[in-house]
Design a protein. Structure first.
Length: 249
């Protein structure tokens, strides 16, 4: 199965496209279950969704959300926790009741139990309709670092050194970046009925090309998305620049 490609000129157009796809999806299914991602890439998409809520009357009151991952050891109130990120960048600015938003608890006393409970909550909600993803420079999706198998489930994982370095830009010092995370698994992501992966910038081009053109391999975890029947990558031209074929719209 091929990953579908939607290549646009700029990061801003990636956000425009992603936000309007998500908004259309919610309008068609107001009680949709959405999977969400953190990171720099989806921020402009969230900003547009917030604008659509305020200016165009888009209601997100009946959706349920599940986030991909959370750092172990950071309280929700920490400025770099993914719960804090989601509240700041999206949830506080829309009409979703907080109890309909789910981010793994990085302070759970029993991480394995927390991961099992997270999977159960996704199942109880009826599964994820649409999962929005980013991609790491090393091809990770969520914190499924290289070596993660395509049947992996929500679990505690050691964050790869290159990801710790990449994420240190958000912390005062490299030593402050948590070394572990709770992450949904690749199998968890593959169960979503639809997947949209966003990537922008030259520094993502290698990971994107390995995911789209490469063999399916745990060395490039995003390549597992080739198994999915309805997965689209929305890319700017720079992120698409190393692919061996294009299919732009
Ligand atoms: P980024 O992170 O959007 O900040 O580049 C993506 C990721 O690591 O999955």
């Amino acid at each position: 199965m091929a990953i579908q490609l939607d290549i646009v000129e700029t990061p801003d157009k990636v956000a425009q496209k992603a936000a309007s796809l998500v908004a259309d999806f919610i309008q068609a299914k107001p009680n949709a279950v959405l999977g969400l991602a953190t990171g720099s890439t989806p921020v402009p998409t969230y900003r547009r969704l917030v604008q659509m809520h305020h200016k165009n009357g888009l209601s997100l009151a009946h959706i349920t959300t599940f986030n991909l991952d959370e750092y172990v050891g950071l309280p929700e109130s920490h400025g770099q926790s993914y719960r804090f990120f989601m509240d700041q960048n999206l949830f506080q600015h829309i009409d979703i009741p907080p109890e309909q938003t789910h981010v793994p608890n990085g302070l759970a006393p029993d991480p394995d139990q927390e991961c099992k409970a997270f999977e159960s909550k996704i199942q109880s909600a009826g599964g994820v309709d649409l999962w929005l993803l980013g991609i790491g420079h090393n091809g990770h999706i969520a914190f499924n670092e290289p070596g993660s198998s395509s049947d992996s489930r929500t679990r505690l994982i050691n964050i790869a050194p290159e990801t710790i370095t990449a994420n240190s830009r958000f912390f005062d010092h490299l030593s402050q970046v948590p070394r572990q995370a709770l992450t949904v698994g690749i199998a968890t992501i593959l169960e979503a009925r639809k997947i949209l992966l966003l990537a922008t910038g030259k520094d993502k081009a290698l990971a994107v090309s390995k995911a789209v053109n490469g063999p399916i391999s745990a060395n490039w975890p995003a390549s597992a998305l080739q198994h999915h029947p309805d997965c689209t990558f929305i890319l700017d031209q720079e992120a698409a620049s190393l692919m061996t074929f294009t299919n732009s719209t």
